[in-house]
Design a binder for this molecule. Structure first.
Ligand SMILES: *[C@@H]1O[C@H](CO)[C@@H](O)[C@H](O)[C@H]1NC(C)=O
Ligand SMILES: *[C@@H]1O[C@H](CO)[C@@H](O)[C@H](O)[C@H]1NC(C)=O
Ligand SMILES: *[C@@H]1O[C@H](CO)[C@@H](O)[C@H](O)[C@H]1NC(C)=O
Ligand SMILES: *[C@@H]1O[C@H](CO)[C@@H](O)[C@H](O)[C@H]1NC(C)=O
Ligand SMILES: *[C@@H]1O[C@H](CO)[C@@H](O)[C@H](O)[C@H]1NC(C)=O
Ligand SMILES: *[C@@H]1O[C@H](CO)[C@@H](O)[C@H](O)[C@H]1NC(C)=O
Ligand SMILES: *[C@@H]1O[C@H](CO)[C@@H](O)[C@H](O)[C@H]1NC(C)=O
Ligand SMILES: *[C@@H]1O[C@H](CO)[C@@H](O)[C@H](O)[C@H]1NC(C)=O
Ligand SMILES: *[C@@H]1O[C@H](CO)[C@@H](O)[C@H](O)[C@H]1NC(C)=O
Ligand SMILES: *[C@@H]1O[C@H](CO)[C@@H](O)[C@H](O)[C@H]1NC(C)=O
Ligand SMILES: *[C@@H]1O[C@H](CO)[C@@H](O)[C@H](O)[C@H]1NC(C)=O
Ligand SMILES: *[C@@H]1O[C@H](CO)[C@@H](O)[C@H](O)[C@H]1NC(C)=O
Length: 534
């Protein structure tokens, strides 16, 4: 019985192949659509051809006309963006990135059963990702990044058991992350970044045992981070930035010893950072937990995280001392601003001297903390690659070290609202790339050094609320990029140099009020926010 039924099956499919060959010859000119509809069983390559033509049919705009090559005069394996396996002549790759294609993804895509790669990156595919995608059993790489796909992530994607890489970044996907995706045991990386996904991160994500990179940033995910994520021992990149995630970070996550990138900024996370973080995550390169509600001390063991490139704990409620950063010679971006760090004592800024080996340091933002003490001389030995130094809103005392002039690539120097005193060192004029110099609300005295005229890239200069005296140097007139100048509430005297008031760039602010200046401003001066008084 069994044998005969098998025989029957075989002969019936043979019959259909035979029939299709006959029909092929008959209806060749009528096109594949008709053929496909007419014959219930067709040969594999015809299925591919039909699926591709259905895919083409859903494309409503083809700016570069690449789909014109998808015609009957050549084999579909020759069509633009299609690649076939050598043996079977079946479509194995559909690679149509950056072609300004507009349309939806036909459900027929699910019939390309040999497909291993589907890349539609940087186009304008819209509507939902069809559930039929789950029929692509051989699919390994799925890139739909940067389109306008909407609807939910198809749960059937979980049936593409060979998937290694999925990228849906930058679409309009909604709904929750399907829990079934936890079945993708071969998944190495996925990004759902920049969509509108809501709900919590499914616990099943902890079952993605091959996962190296997970990016869920810029969605509206909520709930807590599942403890189970601590099972992802291969994880190197973990990004959940910019979501509504709350609760504490499970200790198991800090145990993931291969993590290089931990990006959890702009969420509702609270709790503290474990003191052994730098030891439990020895490979960490980017630690970004800014804009959260983290409390407690700064993790001392960060001293051991010698691969750290970016340290960003900006806008939290961390308190206490900072450890040594002596071994962190790869540090480039250091953002610890807007916390409760420092104890308003003389030794608070000693940590700055441990950063002098960080030869790639570009940003050093320590503003809005409780740092007291003097600005150490060693800042002259910070990397000359430093672009931004922000110390605003602390309790920093004493003089601005002349050695600051060594930081010749500085573009931003901000120290507003501290207790700096003494004269501004003339060496400041060496900072020829400085665009922003803010030292308002301090106790600086002495004259404005004429060398300010050397800082020809200056865009905004604010020296308000100090005890500066003497004349306004006419050399300031060489700062031809200056849009804002605020020298108000000092002891400046003498006449206002016409070189300064004549600066045509000044368009934002010119405030010389509350000084002892004489002279007039030209009538043609007209600003958005004039606060001028002599
Ligand atoms: C399908 O395969 C048959 C036989 O292998 C071949 O003759 C035919 O040209 C193929 N058609 C397409 C569209 O690839
Ligand atoms: C069919 O595609 C070929 C290139 O593959 C192209 O040269 C030809 O012009 C196309 N035919 C039509 C009718 O667009
Ligand atoms: C998509 O666009 C980005 C940014 O313009 C670019 O880096 C990337 O190479 C593009 N991808 C493709 C497949 O062209
Ligand atoms: C291919 O896919 C479509 C839509 O998912 C389906 O209707 C059709 O029957 C499938 N099979 C073939 C052989 O085209
Ligand atoms: C998205 O794709 C467009 C082309 O469609 C490209 O210009 C843009 O740079 C891409 N953006 C990103 C972030 O890849
Ligand atoms: C989705 O998967 C279910 C099984 O989980 C299956 O029954 C259904 O046919 C699939 N849908 C499509 C459109 O492939
Ligand atoms: C994870 O996998 C295990 C073992 O296969 C299974 O028992 C468990 O239900 C899965 N967990 C989730 C949340 O899917
Ligand atoms: C962290 O790892 C250590 C050693 O592998 C283990 O003993 C400990 O239970 C783990 N802690 C958590 C919270 O997973
Ligand atoms: C961490 O750094 C400290 C100080 O540099 C050192 O004494 C200690 O051995 C380091 N620990 C590990 C686990 O590397
Ligand atoms: C800089 O590095 C050298 C050599 O690695 C080391 O001896 C010195 O203590 C470091 N200095 C600082 C301030 O970190
Ligand atoms: C800057 O570094 C040099 C060389 O390491 C050292 O001799 C000097 O004392 C340092 N200056 C300051 C102010 O720390
Ligand atoms: C800087 O300014 C001072 C005073 O205006 C001037 O003597 C000096 O030559 C200038 N230095 C450079 C490098 O421009």
């Amino acid at each position: 019985m069994k044998q005969s039924s098998k025989h029957l099956e075989l002969s019936s499919s043979l019959f259909f192949v035979y029939l299709s060959l006959i029909l092929l010859t008959f209806f060749n000119l009528q096109g594949p659509k008709l053929l496909g509809l007419a014959i219930p069983v067709v040969s594999g390559n015809e299925t591919d051809r039909r699926a591709l033509l259905e895919f083409k049919a859903k494309i409503i705009d083809d700016h570069f006309g690449v789909m014109r090559s998808w015609n009957n005069s050549n084999h579909f394996c020759q069509w633009y963006g299609v690649a076939c396996g050598r043996r079977h002549q079946r479509a194995t790759m559909l690679d149509l990135g950056s072609l300004k294609l507009v349309g939806s993804i036909s459900p027929f895509i699910g019939n390309l059963s040999f497909l291993r790669l589907l890349n539609l990156e940087n186009n304008s595919f819209n509507q939902a990702i069809p559930q039929e995608i789950g029929r692509l059993k051989r699919l390994r790489v799925l890139i739909l990044q940067n389109n306008t796909l909407s609807g939910e992530i198809p749960a059937n994607l979980s049936r593409c058991s060979r998937l290694a890489s999925v990228n849906f970044r930058g679409n309009l996907l909604t709904g929750e992350i399907p829990g079934a995706l936890g079945m993708l045991s071969k998944l190495i990386q996925f990004s759902f970044r920049k969509n509108n996904l809501r709900g919590s991160i499914p616990t099943s994500m902890g079952n993605l045992s091959s996962l190296v990179s997970m990016n869920l940033g810029e969605n509206i995910l909520s709930g807590v981070l599942p403890e189970a994520l601590g099972k992802l021992t291969n994880l190197e990149v973990f990004v959940v930035t910019d979501n509504g995630i709350s609760g504490v970070i499970p200790a198991s996550i800090f145990n993931l010893s291969n993590v290089r990138v931990l990006h959890m900024s702009i969420t509702q996370i609270h709790g503290s950072l474990p003191s052994d973080l730098g030891i439990s995550m020895p490979h960490i390169e980017i630690l970004s937990v800014s804009n959260n509600q983290l409390t407690g001390p700064f993790p001392v063991s960060i001293s051991n995280a010698s691969n750290l490139v970016e340290l960003s704990v900006w806008e939290n409620k961390l308190c206490g001392n900072l450890p040594s950063f002596q071994n962190l010679d790869k540090l480039s971006r250091f953002f610890i601003g807007i916390n409760l760090l420092g104890n308003t004592i003389a030794t608070d800024l000693n940590f700055l001297c441990t950063l002098t080996n960080a030869s790639r340091l570009e940003q050093l933002w320590i503003n809005a903390n409780n740092f007291g003490g003097e600005l150490p001389e060693c800042i002259s030995n910070l990397s000359s690659n430093l672009l931004g130094l922000n110390m605003q809103q602390n309790r920093i005392l004493g003089r601005i070290p002349a050695g600051i002039g060594n930081l010749i690539n500085l573009e931003v120097l901000a120290a507003t609202d501290n207790q700096l005193s003494g004269a501004i060192p003339p060496a400041i004029g060496r900072l020829q790339k400085l665009g922003i110099f803010f030292v308002s609300q301090n106790s600086l005295s002495g004259v404005i050094p004429p060398s300010f005229g050397n800082m020809t890239m200056l865009i905004k200069l604010a020296l308000r609320d100090n005890n500066l005296q003497g004349n306004i140097p006419s050399s300031l007139g060489k700062c031809e990029n200056l849009i804002g100048l605020d020298l108000s509430n000092n002891n400046l005297s003498g006449s206002i140099p016409p070189e300064v008031t004549g600066l045509s760039s000044l368009s934002l602010t010119l405030d010389l009020s509350s000084n002892y200046l004489t002279g007039v401003l030209p009538v043609e001066v007209c600003f958005q926010q004039i606060l001028v008084a002599v």
